[in-house]
Design a protein around this ligand. Structure first.
Ligand code: FAD
Length: 919
């Protein structure tokens, strides 16, 4: 119901499309209409609707068209800042393309002479740093920042020669400090000394905004220029909130109440009006923000307002006429293909309940409410945070704290982390069997760093078969008392262990990096997952292990109780040497079992440290025994008839061997085996997917952790139509990967675990060398570690991948339009069912794949790794595992045995409670 005919048409077109896709009450009408008009007519109608929407928010498909429109009719009254639409660069080629587009735009804008105006009044160009470098990321700052300074200096020189300004947009809060370093570098470039054309955007929703304004003023003073500052509220509020929750940050970098952002905006505006070295540009569509600033400015006019193309016209046309203010339009330029993301942001902005432009159109909101003083509003709620948004630590509710993350975008944090990790690295670590809480000595073996095998991380003493027998005997004796403890006590031990793991984070990360070759980000995730497992199972045990009273006839009491099964063997892999190790142990303990824990032979050091933490947290030494060692230790453990259950994560072949061993002894009860095994994890990408997003998620899913995650992507299935483009982009993105010592903050992936793994992977790659479509190169720097170059291998058919290739090797196959379902069925036919991915913007495709997929974890339009405890319970089916899922509500039950208690309460002679019932 807009006043604009065009907007109504466009809305109609979109509504019709969604009715078609999602069904709903109008679907039959739309289908009848299609039958009458024919699908081509509808397609054309929707196409026109999209074009109208595009024109509403985008000034032109290219800079020539945009400049022409900017000079036409009422548009000519405004100043412009042109921006090139597009996603962030993922490859060097993308970055080069955007750079050329910006440079051409600067030249075109400069050429459209406005020599009669002063520099601040001329049209300008806005740039996004993320478009100019493929690795504009905090952990890559050492490379990205100098490169970006050089690129922006180059653009700035062109802008200076052309006599126009250049403004740097503000992006995610994580990038703030990097962007300031870049702006600082550009401002101090000698060739640009005294140039007044440089500008930057500052986001008022960031709590650091006032400090950034002061910083900008000081920089302008120090470099002898007037710096344009565009003050915005900020475009990424929703994603900032989500990221902070995912990262487990101590607090949000942005305000959580809209009113707080309004107040921050005004505070920054006031500071800017008073800053002698800044040229203020107030970008907002909020009439109250505008009115307040105008009031404060008095008669001064040495500043401008800014609006987005397609928004705020009514507000500013009137003010320009009545108040003589200058207004600039931020004008996106780009074709259809680059439109979507920008369009969606604008639609969200216009549609958000808290947004001024939405509220002003809402007749139910009176002027008093719309124009209420934001300062009074925020004072009325005592300056408090938004109660509707839980702190990152509290997103799982009162019963369980989210694991604490680390702000890896903060230089001081990184420095402190490195110092703490170095202390651990400098001390030679040791792992030995812990039987009854006492270390056993024996011959030790050096544990070396897989990234550089000349570096010894520590020494591992392996348990003997006799140690295993001793451990089981002690555990069996101790288990009844542990099981008899109130579940709250067992849970409390795990909660204490979680806190202690968190406190020991830096040392644990140091070990994950040096012993298992994890990158810094992976090592952090490893510790967080271990912490989450402890808290989650503690919470689950408390909730599930209370006796359940069951209904029945009067005169009897029926109760279902859960109890530990006895001694559990927990056998874990090297790829999550802390998280899976701790998860299995914590679950078994929570359920009332005693545990014999055997870590992978490659990673005893970090496991030993985790055991220490659990013992210190109050788990008795006889209840948790530690038996590091190889297959013989594992075999002795599972073959022992006193072991009442096995939790195992590793290969399908070993799981099968364990299952057989458990049945060897005819007199032994049939005990549970909880096995997590491998997968041939496939991702399907249809032609509606966004290639940039696909490639980003493929890189993470296939190559993060050097592909050594059970969930990692092994088989990428691309629809023919987009296969070429996606592969080209993937190749470019792979060229940007940094492979190296994982202790370095900028390493994207480190080595594989050992010599055998490397040899197996290289042999596989070699066997397919004719079919390699992309491969990273290794250098001499990798000579002393178990490095394997990330490789993409093209397959003829989906069926050609028959076994799990556990490393940074991705296989690609294609499918034809209309064959998505059969492609899924063909992957299902492999018998594995761990993870699966889908990239599609077609809701129906998603529903079809969901219905068909035989996979424990299906990921849609995101990466396929990084399952979060309690949010994404993890585990496969078929050849990929027995279930239940780790980190899910059914896991503990498998570690427990059920006992029903029935008491005849009338056995003493009568039913007292029935007889005393009131009439
Ligand atoms: P209002 O309705 O008054 O404010 C809406 C804004 O409030 C939201 O966008 C959000 O920032 C904030 N908000 C909403 N809910 C909450 C909440 N619960 N808690 C805290 N804050 C909340 N954005 C960038 O990030 N970088 C840029 O470089 C950039 N350049 C721009 C250039 C121009 C010329 C313009 C006009 C906008 C630009 N933007 C940029 C987008 C801008 O951030 C949004 O258009 C702007 O936030 C809308 O604010 P408003 O004052 O018009 O509307």
């Amino acid at each position: 119901a807009s006043d604009s005919f065009l907007v109504n048409r466009a809305t109609f077109g979109l509504a019709m499309t969604s009715a078609l896709i999602e069904g709903g009450e109008h679907a039959p009408v739309v289908r009848r209409m299609i039958a009458r008009l024919g699908e081509p007519a509808i397609r054309q109608g929707v196409g026109i609707a999209m074009k109208i929407m595009g024109e509403q928010f985008v000034l032109g498909r290219d800079i020539g068209e945009a400049l022409k429109r900017a000079r036409t009719g009422d548009n000519a009254a405004f100043r412009y800042s042109f921006d090139m639409l597009g996603e962030a660069a993922r490859t060097q080629a993308d970055a080069d393309r955007y750079f050329a587009a910006y440079r051409d735009a600067i030249v075109a804008v400069g050429g459209a002479a406005q020599a009669d105006r002063d520099l601040f009044a001329r049209d300008s160009v806005s740039v996004k740093l993320s478009a100019l470098h493929s690795r504009y990321e905090v952990l890559h700052a050492a490379r990205a920042v100098p490169a970006l300074i050089a690129r922006v200096v180059e653009l700035a020189n062109v802008a200076r020669d052309q006599g126009i300004g250049l403004t740097i947009d503000a992006e995610e809060s994580e990038r703030l400090e990097m962007s300031l370093d870049i702006i600082d570098g550009v401002a101090r470039d000698p060739a640009l000394a005294g140039w007044n054309g440089l500008g930057m955007a500052v986001q008022a929703y960031q709590r650091r905004a006032p400090a950034v304004i002061a910083w900008a003023d000081a920089l302008a003073a120090a470099t002898g220029r007037r710096l344009t500052v565009r003050l915005v509220k900020g475009a990424y509020w929703d994603s900032e909130i989500k990221r902070a929750q995912e990262r487990g940050l101590a607090d949000y970098p942005v305000f959580t109440r809209k009113t707080a952002t309004d107040v921050s905006y005004l505070a920054c505006a006031r500071a800017m009006l008073a800053a002698p070295n800044l040229y203020p540009a107030f970008a907002t569509h909020n009439a109250l923000s505008v009115a307040t600033i105008l009031e404060w400015a008095g008669g001064a006019r040495d500043f401008e307002f800014q609006r987005l193309h397609g928004m705020g016209v009514g507000l500013y046309e009137k003010l320009m006429a009545e108040r003589g203010i200058a207004v600039r339009v931020y004008a996106p330029v780009g074709g259809h293909r680059d439109l979507l993301a920008y369009l969606v942001r604008r639609l969200l902005e216009n549609g958000a309940n808290t947004s001024f432009v939405h509220q002003i159109a809402d007749r139910r909101i009176g002027d008093d409410e719309l124009l209420a003083d934001p300062v009074a509003r925020i004072e009325a709620v005592g300056l408090s945070a938004n109660p509707g948004i839980a702190m990152p630590s509290d997103i799982f509710g009162a019963a369980r704290r989210n694991s604490r993350g680390l702000d890896l975008s903060d230089a001081a944090t990184l420095q402190a982390l490195r110092a703490a990790m170095t202390t651990t690295w400098n001390a030679r670590q040791r792992a030995a069997p812990l039987i009854g809480g006492t270390p056993r000595d024996g011959a030790s073996r050096a544990v070396v760093d897989p990234a550089d095998t000349r570096r010894v991380v520590g020494d591992g003493v392996e348990a003997t078969v006799a140690d295993v027998a001793d451990a089981i005997a002690r555990a069996q004796a101790a288990q009844p008392a542990w099981n008899a403890r109130p579940v709250a006590e067992r849970a409390a031990c795990l909660m204490r262990a979680a806190d202690a793991l968190e406190a020991d984070r830096d040392a644990l990360m140091a070990l994950a990096i040096r012993e298992a070759g994890k990158t810094v980000a992976d090592a952090l995730a490893e510790v967080r997952e271990a912490v989450d497992f402890c808290r989650y199972y503690a919470q689950q045990a408390s909730a599930q292990f209370a006796p359940l009273v069951l209904p029945g006839p009067t005169g009897e009491r029926n109760e279902l109780q859960l109890a530990g099964r006895g001694v559990f063997a927990c056998i874990s892999p090297w790829n999550f040497p802390l998280a899976i190790f701790t998860g299995q142990v914590a679950a078994a303990l929570a359920a009332g079992n005693a545990v014999i824990a055997k870590p992978a032979p490659q990673t005893p050091l970090i496991a030993a440290r985790a055991v220490r933490v659990l013992l210190d947290a109050g788990v008795p030494g006889d209840v948790l025994q530690f038996v590091p060692g190889g297959p013989d230790v594992g075999q002795a453990l599972v073959a022992d008839a006193r072991v009442a259950g096995v939790a195992f994560t590793g290969s399908t072949a070993t799981a099968r061997r364990i299952a057989r061993t458990l049945l060897d002894d005819e007199t032994r009860p049939i005990v549970p085996l909880i096995a997590e095994t491998g997968g041939l994890n496939a991702m399907f990408v249809d032609s509606t997917a966004l290639p940039e997003q696909v490639v980003a998620d493929v890189i993470v899913s296939a190559f993060q952790s050097a592909g050594q995650r059970c969930s990692a992507l092994r088989l990428l299935c691309l629809q023919d139509e987009i296969a070429g483009r996606v592969l080209e982009m993937l190749k470019g993105a792979m060229a940007e990967l940094v492979i190296g010592d994982p202790a370095r903050f900028d390493s994207d992936l480190g080595p594989v675990i050992d010599t055998d793994a490397r040899a197996r992977l290289l042999a596989h790659i070699d066997a397919h060398r004719e079919r390699i479509v992309a491969q990273c190169t290794l250098t001499d720097a990798h000579a002393h570690g178990h490095f394997v170059p990330p490789t993409v291998i093209r397959l003829e058919r989906i069926e050609d991948l028959r076994r799990e290739v556990f490393g940074p090797v991705l296989h690609v196959a294609t499918f034809r339009s209309g064959e998505l379902e059969s492609a899924v069925a063909r992957v299902n036919a492999s018998g594995y069912g761990l993870t699966m991915g889908l990239h599609s913007r077609n809701v129906e495709a998603m529903q079809r794949v969901c219905a068909l997929a035989k996979a424990g974890n299906l990921y849609v339009n995101r990466s396929m790794i990084g399952a979060v405890v309690g949010s994404q319970p993890f585990g496969g089916e078929g050849l990929s595992g027995t279930g239940p899922k780790a980190g899910g509500p059914h896991y503990l039950l498998r570690f427990a045995t059920e006992r029903t208690l029935s008491v005849d309460t009338t056995s003493a002679g009568g039913n007292a409670s029935l007889l005393s019932l009131e009439d």
